[in-house]
Design a protein around this ligand. Sequence first.
Ligand code: SAH
Ligand code: AVI
Length: 332
Amino acid sequence: MASDISSLLAEGRTSASAAKSARRAAEIAEFADAVLQGLAQRTRSIPSRFLYDATGSALFEEITRVEEYYPTRTETALLDAFGNEIAALAGDVDTLVEFGSGSSRKTSLLIEALAELDTYIPIDVSESFLADAAKRLEAKHPGLNVKPLVGDFTRTRTLAGAPRGERLGFFSGSTIGNLTHEEAKAFLESAAELLGAGSAFLIGVDLKKRLDILLPAYDDEEGVTAAFSLNLLARINRELDGDFDTTRFAHTAIYNDAKGRIEIYLQSLTDQDVRVMGRSFSFAKGERIHTENSHKYSLPEFQALAQSAGWLPVKAWTDTGDLFSLHLLRAS
Ligand code: SAH
Ligand code: AVI
Protein backbone atom coordinates (compact mmCIF):
# COMPACT_ATOMS: atom_id res chain seq x y z
CA MET A 1 0.00 0.00 0.00
CA ALA A 2 2.70 2.45 1.13
CA SER A 3 4.77 1.63 -1.95
CA ASP A 4 1.68 2.10 -4.19
CA ILE A 5 1.22 5.56 -2.73
CA SER A 6 4.87 6.47 -3.04
CA SER A 7 4.98 5.26 -6.67
CA LEU A 8 1.82 7.28 -7.41
CA LEU A 9 3.42 10.33 -5.79
CA ALA A 10 6.61 9.75 -7.77
CA GLU A 11 4.54 9.44 -10.97
CA GLY A 12 2.77 12.71 -10.11
CA ARG A 13 6.12 14.41 -9.63
CA THR A 14 7.42 13.01 -12.91
CA SER A 15 4.40 14.21 -14.88
CA ALA A 16 4.56 17.65 -13.19
CA SER A 17 8.22 17.98 -14.10
CA ALA A 18 7.56 16.68 -17.65
CA ALA A 19 4.86 19.38 -18.01
CA LYS A 20 7.32 21.98 -16.73
CA SER A 21 10.01 20.86 -19.24
CA ALA A 22 7.45 20.94 -22.08
CA ARG A 23 6.40 24.47 -21.06
CA ARG A 24 10.05 25.53 -20.92
CA ALA A 25 10.76 24.10 -24.39
CA ALA A 26 7.69 25.84 -25.83
CA GLU A 27 8.69 29.15 -24.20
CA ILE A 28 12.23 28.93 -25.66
CA ALA A 29 10.83 28.08 -29.12
CA GLU A 30 8.50 31.11 -28.94
CA PHE A 31 11.34 33.32 -27.76
CA ALA A 32 13.53 32.08 -30.65
CA ASP A 33 10.79 32.80 -33.21
CA ALA A 34 10.11 36.26 -31.78
CA VAL A 35 13.81 37.20 -31.72
CA LEU A 36 14.75 35.83 -35.16
CA GLN A 37 11.69 37.43 -36.75
CA GLY A 38 11.94 40.65 -34.71
CA LEU A 39 15.61 41.23 -35.55
CA ALA A 40 15.06 40.54 -39.26
CA GLN A 41 12.43 43.31 -39.57
CA ARG A 42 13.35 46.75 -40.87
CA THR A 43 12.01 48.32 -37.65
CA ARG A 44 13.52 45.85 -35.21
CA SER A 45 11.39 44.91 -32.23
CA ILE A 46 10.96 42.14 -29.65
CA PRO A 47 7.70 41.77 -27.64
CA SER A 48 8.07 43.13 -24.10
CA ARG A 49 6.86 39.98 -22.34
CA PHE A 50 10.27 38.42 -23.10
CA LEU A 51 11.88 40.96 -20.73
CA TYR A 52 10.61 38.78 -17.88
CA ASP A 53 12.81 35.76 -17.30
CA ALA A 54 13.83 35.16 -13.65
CA THR A 55 16.54 37.87 -13.89
CA GLY A 56 14.19 40.33 -15.62
CA SER A 57 11.50 39.84 -12.98
CA ALA A 58 14.05 40.42 -10.19
CA LEU A 59 15.28 43.57 -11.96
CA PHE A 60 11.70 44.82 -12.36
CA GLU A 61 11.31 44.42 -8.58
CA GLU A 62 14.41 46.60 -8.19
CA ILE A 63 12.83 49.22 -10.49
CA THR A 64 9.78 49.40 -8.21
CA ARG A 65 12.09 50.58 -5.41
CA VAL A 66 13.96 53.37 -7.27
CA GLU A 67 13.07 56.94 -6.33
CA GLU A 68 12.16 58.05 -9.88
CA TYR A 69 9.73 55.15 -10.46
CA TYR A 70 6.54 56.53 -8.87
CA PRO A 71 3.90 54.00 -10.17
CA THR A 72 4.38 51.19 -7.63
CA ARG A 73 4.39 53.28 -4.45
CA THR A 74 1.50 55.43 -5.75
CA GLU A 75 -0.67 52.43 -6.66
CA THR A 76 0.18 50.78 -3.32
CA ALA A 77 -0.94 53.92 -1.47
CA LEU A 78 -4.22 53.95 -3.46
CA LEU A 79 -4.90 50.30 -2.59
CA ASP A 80 -4.07 51.00 1.02
CA ALA A 81 -6.40 54.02 1.18
CA PHE A 82 -9.30 52.67 -0.90
CA GLY A 83 -9.03 48.86 -0.55
CA ASN A 84 -12.12 48.61 1.65
CA GLU A 85 -14.22 50.81 -0.63
CA ILE A 86 -13.04 48.84 -3.68
CA ALA A 87 -13.91 45.55 -1.94
CA ALA A 88 -17.38 46.83 -0.98
CA LEU A 89 -18.09 47.91 -4.56
CA ALA A 90 -16.68 44.67 -6.02
CA GLY A 91 -19.21 42.60 -4.00
CA ASP A 92 -18.85 39.15 -2.39
CA VAL A 93 -15.85 38.01 -4.40
CA ASP A 94 -14.78 34.33 -4.03
CA THR A 95 -12.05 34.26 -6.68
CA LEU A 96 -9.39 36.86 -7.44
CA VAL A 97 -7.64 36.46 -10.82
CA GLU A 98 -4.50 38.54 -11.28
CA PHE A 99 -2.93 39.16 -14.70
CA GLY A 100 0.86 39.73 -14.72
CA SER A 101 1.03 39.24 -10.96
CA GLY A 102 4.85 39.48 -10.61
CA SER A 103 5.77 39.52 -6.91
CA SER A 104 2.03 39.82 -5.90
CA ARG A 105 3.24 42.23 -3.20
CA LYS A 106 0.43 44.79 -3.65
CA THR A 107 -2.18 42.05 -3.93
CA SER A 108 -2.09 41.34 -0.19
CA LEU A 109 -3.80 44.70 0.41
CA LEU A 110 -6.69 43.59 -1.79
CA ILE A 111 -6.78 40.05 -0.37
CA GLU A 112 -7.08 41.47 3.15
CA ALA A 113 -9.99 43.70 2.12
CA LEU A 114 -11.95 40.88 0.39
CA ALA A 115 -13.69 39.16 3.32
CA GLU A 116 -15.24 36.27 1.29
CA LEU A 117 -12.17 35.48 -0.81
CA ASP A 118 -11.44 31.76 -1.17
CA THR A 119 -9.18 31.40 -4.20
CA TYR A 120 -6.40 33.48 -5.74
CA ILE A 121 -5.21 32.74 -9.30
CA PRO A 122 -2.06 34.68 -10.24
CA ILE A 123 -1.17 34.46 -13.97
CA ASP A 124 2.35 35.26 -15.17
CA VAL A 125 4.88 34.19 -17.83
CA SER A 126 7.78 34.27 -15.39
CA GLU A 127 7.53 30.73 -14.03
CA SER A 128 10.01 30.58 -11.14
CA PHE A 129 9.13 34.09 -9.96
CA LEU A 130 5.43 33.15 -10.01
CA ALA A 131 6.05 29.96 -8.01
CA ASP A 132 8.02 31.86 -5.33
CA ALA A 133 5.39 34.61 -5.10
CA ALA A 134 2.60 32.00 -4.80
CA LYS A 135 4.44 30.29 -1.90
CA ARG A 136 4.89 33.63 -0.12
CA LEU A 137 1.20 34.49 -0.54
CA GLU A 138 0.10 31.08 0.76
CA ALA A 139 2.22 31.55 3.87
CA LYS A 140 0.94 35.10 4.38
CA HIS A 141 -2.76 34.24 3.94
CA PRO A 142 -3.42 30.84 5.56
CA GLY A 143 -6.62 29.23 4.26
CA LEU A 144 -6.45 30.98 0.88
CA ASN A 145 -6.25 28.58 -2.11
CA VAL A 146 -3.46 29.89 -4.32
CA LYS A 147 -3.51 28.39 -7.84
CA PRO A 148 -0.74 29.91 -9.98
CA LEU A 149 -1.13 29.71 -13.77
CA VAL A 150 1.99 29.99 -15.95
CA GLY A 151 1.30 31.57 -19.31
CA ASP A 152 0.63 34.53 -21.54
CA PHE A 153 -2.36 36.44 -20.18
CA THR A 154 -3.30 37.65 -23.67
CA ARG A 155 -3.87 33.99 -24.61
CA THR A 156 -5.41 32.61 -21.38
CA ARG A 157 -8.86 31.30 -22.30
CA THR A 158 -9.69 29.01 -19.35
CA LEU A 159 -9.10 29.01 -15.61
CA ALA A 160 -8.55 25.31 -14.92
CA GLY A 161 -9.93 24.26 -11.53
CA ALA A 162 -11.30 27.72 -10.68
CA PRO A 163 -14.54 27.75 -8.70
CA ARG A 164 -17.49 29.33 -10.53
CA GLY A 165 -18.43 32.04 -8.05
CA GLU A 166 -18.11 35.80 -7.99
CA ARG A 167 -14.87 36.80 -9.69
CA LEU A 168 -12.72 39.90 -9.50
CA GLY A 169 -9.91 40.47 -12.02
CA PHE A 170 -6.86 42.52 -11.01
CA PHE A 171 -4.37 43.98 -13.50
CA SER A 172 -1.94 46.09 -11.53
CA GLY A 173 1.14 48.19 -12.20
CA SER A 174 -0.24 49.70 -15.43
CA THR A 175 0.94 46.60 -17.30
CA ILE A 176 -2.07 47.28 -19.55
CA GLY A 177 0.00 50.25 -20.76
CA ASN A 178 2.57 47.82 -22.19
CA LEU A 179 -0.08 46.76 -24.73
CA THR A 180 -1.01 48.93 -27.73
CA HIS A 181 -4.58 50.27 -27.73
CA GLU A 182 -5.66 47.48 -30.11
CA GLU A 183 -3.95 44.82 -27.98
CA ALA A 184 -5.44 46.32 -24.80
CA LYS A 185 -8.95 46.24 -26.30
CA ALA A 186 -8.52 42.60 -27.39
CA PHE A 187 -7.14 41.72 -23.94
CA LEU A 188 -10.06 43.42 -22.15
CA GLU A 189 -12.53 41.54 -24.37
CA SER A 190 -10.89 38.20 -23.66
CA ALA A 191 -10.70 39.00 -19.90
CA ALA A 192 -14.48 39.67 -19.94
CA GLU A 193 -14.99 36.18 -21.42
CA LEU A 194 -12.57 34.59 -18.98
CA LEU A 195 -13.98 36.25 -15.84
CA GLY A 196 -17.63 36.00 -16.97
CA ALA A 197 -20.66 38.29 -17.17
CA GLY A 198 -21.21 40.41 -14.06
CA SER A 199 -17.57 40.08 -12.90
CA ALA A 200 -15.62 43.06 -11.65
CA PHE A 201 -12.16 44.12 -12.83
CA LEU A 202 -9.71 46.41 -11.02
CA ILE A 203 -7.05 47.91 -13.29
CA GLY A 204 -4.08 50.14 -12.39
CA VAL A 205 -3.45 52.72 -15.11
CA ASP A 206 -0.63 55.25 -15.27
CA LEU A 207 -1.79 58.79 -16.08
CA LYS A 208 -0.47 61.29 -18.65
CA LYS A 209 1.81 63.76 -16.92
CA ARG A 210 4.73 66.21 -17.13
CA LEU A 211 7.78 64.85 -18.92
CA ASP A 212 10.14 65.88 -16.12
CA ILE A 213 8.38 63.26 -13.95
CA LEU A 214 7.70 60.70 -16.68
CA LEU A 215 11.07 60.42 -18.43
CA PRO A 216 13.27 59.86 -15.34
CA ALA A 217 10.88 57.06 -14.27
CA TYR A 218 12.06 55.17 -17.37
CA ASP A 219 15.73 56.17 -17.19
CA ASP A 220 16.74 56.29 -13.54
CA GLU A 221 20.10 57.64 -12.33
CA GLU A 222 21.21 54.33 -10.82
CA GLY A 223 20.73 52.55 -14.17
CA VAL A 224 18.34 49.88 -12.88
CA THR A 225 15.91 50.39 -15.81
CA ALA A 226 18.83 50.22 -18.24
CA ALA A 227 19.92 46.91 -16.66
CA PHE A 228 16.33 45.61 -16.97
CA SER A 229 16.27 46.46 -20.71
CA LEU A 230 19.75 45.12 -21.42
CA ASN A 231 18.88 41.83 -19.70
CA LEU A 232 16.86 41.04 -22.84
CA LEU A 233 20.12 40.82 -24.83
CA ALA A 234 21.74 38.80 -22.03
CA ARG A 235 18.72 36.46 -22.11
CA ILE A 236 19.20 36.00 -25.87
CA ASN A 237 22.85 35.12 -25.17
CA ARG A 238 21.86 32.64 -22.43
CA GLU A 239 18.95 30.92 -24.15
CA LEU A 240 19.50 31.37 -27.90
CA ASP A 241 23.25 31.04 -28.22
CA GLY A 242 23.62 34.77 -28.92
CA ASP A 243 26.79 36.84 -28.76
CA PHE A 244 25.44 40.34 -27.99
CA ASP A 245 28.03 42.55 -26.30
CA THR A 246 25.70 44.34 -23.86
CA THR A 247 28.25 47.14 -23.37
CA ARG A 248 27.78 48.09 -27.04
CA PHE A 249 24.04 48.82 -26.71
CA ALA A 250 22.39 51.61 -24.74
CA HIS A 251 18.96 51.79 -23.11
CA THR A 252 16.95 54.79 -24.45
CA ALA A 253 13.50 55.99 -23.39
CA ILE A 254 11.57 58.65 -25.31
CA TYR A 255 8.01 59.98 -25.03
CA ASN A 256 5.97 59.67 -28.24
CA ASP A 257 3.45 62.47 -27.76
CA ALA A 258 1.24 61.50 -30.73
CA LYS A 259 0.84 57.95 -29.37
CA GLY A 260 0.77 58.99 -25.69
CA ARG A 261 3.42 56.48 -24.73
CA ILE A 262 6.96 55.96 -23.50
CA GLU A 263 8.93 53.94 -26.06
CA ILE A 264 12.00 52.01 -24.98
CA TYR A 265 14.80 51.00 -27.34
CA LEU A 266 18.21 49.35 -27.19
CA GLN A 267 20.44 51.42 -29.43
CA SER A 268 23.64 50.15 -31.03
CA LEU A 269 26.64 52.25 -29.97
CA THR A 270 28.80 51.10 -32.93
CA ASP A 271 28.57 49.37 -36.30
CA GLN A 272 28.55 45.70 -35.34
CA ASP A 273 27.51 42.17 -36.31
CA VAL A 274 25.71 39.93 -33.83
CA ARG A 275 24.99 36.21 -34.08
CA VAL A 276 21.87 34.51 -32.72
CA MET A 277 21.24 30.77 -33.26
CA GLY A 278 23.76 30.77 -36.08
CA ARG A 279 22.13 33.73 -37.88
CA SER A 280 24.01 37.00 -38.34
CA PHE A 281 22.46 40.47 -37.88
CA SER A 282 24.27 43.70 -38.80
CA PHE A 283 23.65 46.83 -36.75
CA ALA A 284 24.68 50.29 -37.91
CA LYS A 285 25.71 52.74 -35.19
CA GLY A 286 22.50 54.33 -33.82
CA GLU A 287 20.22 51.54 -35.06
CA ARG A 288 17.62 50.49 -32.49
CA ILE A 289 15.63 47.51 -31.26
CA HIS A 290 12.20 48.50 -29.92
CA THR A 291 11.67 46.56 -26.68
CA GLU A 292 8.74 48.20 -24.88
CA ASN A 293 5.85 50.66 -24.99
CA SER A 294 4.27 52.10 -21.88
CA HIS A 295 1.04 53.90 -22.77
CA LYS A 296 -0.31 56.65 -20.53
CA TYR A 297 -4.03 57.48 -20.32
CA SER A 298 -6.28 60.26 -19.06
CA LEU A 299 -9.24 58.99 -17.01
CA PRO A 300 -11.77 59.47 -19.85
CA GLU A 301 -9.40 57.88 -22.41
CA PHE A 302 -9.14 54.72 -20.34
CA GLN A 303 -12.86 54.62 -19.56
CA ALA A 304 -13.63 54.89 -23.30
CA LEU A 305 -11.22 52.02 -24.04
CA ALA A 306 -12.80 49.86 -21.33
CA GLN A 307 -16.32 50.60 -22.59
CA SER A 308 -15.33 49.74 -26.16
CA ALA A 309 -14.38 46.29 -24.84
CA GLY A 310 -17.64 45.69 -22.93
CA TRP A 311 -16.62 46.93 -19.45
CA LEU A 312 -18.73 49.53 -17.60
CA PRO A 313 -16.82 51.99 -15.41
CA VAL A 314 -17.93 51.74 -11.75
CA LYS A 315 -15.51 54.17 -10.10
CA ALA A 316 -11.96 55.50 -10.55
CA TRP A 317 -9.54 56.66 -7.84
CA THR A 318 -6.45 58.87 -8.28
CA ASP A 319 -3.78 60.19 -5.93
CA THR A 320 -3.59 63.89 -5.05
CA GLY A 321 -0.65 64.37 -7.47
CA ASP A 322 -2.66 62.87 -10.37
CA LEU A 323 0.12 60.40 -11.09
CA PHE A 324 -1.76 57.10 -11.19
CA SER A 325 -5.32 55.75 -11.32
CA LEU A 326 -7.23 52.67 -10.25
CA HIS A 327 -10.34 51.78 -12.28
CA LEU A 328 -13.07 49.46 -11.08
CA LEU A 329 -15.09 48.06 -14.00
CA ARG A 330 -18.00 45.64 -14.34
CA ALA A 331 -18.51 43.24 -17.27
CA SER A 332 -21.73 44.20 -19.05
N1 SAH B 1 1.71 43.46 -11.33
C1 SAH B 1 3.04 43.58 -10.78
C2 SAH B 1 4.14 43.25 -11.82
C3 SAH B 1 4.20 44.20 -12.97
S1 SAH B 1 5.57 43.79 -14.02
C4 SAH B 1 3.26 44.96 -10.24
O1 SAH B 1 2.41 45.81 -10.45
O2 SAH B 1 4.28 45.18 -9.59
C5 SAH B 1 4.69 42.99 -15.35
C6 SAH B 1 4.41 41.53 -14.99
O3 SAH B 1 3.62 41.00 -16.04
C7 SAH B 1 5.66 40.69 -14.92
O4 SAH B 1 5.61 39.86 -13.80
C8 SAH B 1 5.67 39.89 -16.22
O5 SAH B 1 6.28 38.63 -16.09
C9 SAH B 1 4.20 39.79 -16.50
N2 SAH B 1 3.87 39.73 -17.94
C10 SAH B 1 4.23 40.62 -18.91
N3 SAH B 1 3.66 40.26 -20.08
C11 SAH B 1 2.93 39.14 -19.84
C12 SAH B 1 2.10 38.30 -20.63
N4 SAH B 1 1.90 38.56 -21.94
N5 SAH B 1 1.49 37.25 -20.04
C13 SAH B 1 1.69 36.96 -18.71
N6 SAH B 1 2.47 37.72 -17.91
C14 SAH B 1 3.08 38.79 -18.46
C1 AVI C 1 5.36 46.49 -16.00
N1 AVI C 1 5.21 47.78 -16.63
C2 AVI C 1 3.94 48.41 -16.26
C3 AVI C 1 6.35 48.69 -16.46
C4 AVI C 1 6.01 50.08 -17.04
O1 AVI C 1 6.08 51.04 -16.27
O2 AVI C 1 5.65 50.16 -18.22
C5 AVI C 1 7.59 48.10 -17.12
C6 AVI C 1 8.78 48.99 -17.05
N2 AVI C 1 9.68 49.09 -17.99
C7 AVI C 1 10.61 49.95 -17.63
N3 AVI C 1 10.33 50.40 -16.41
C8 AVI C 1 9.17 49.80 -16.02
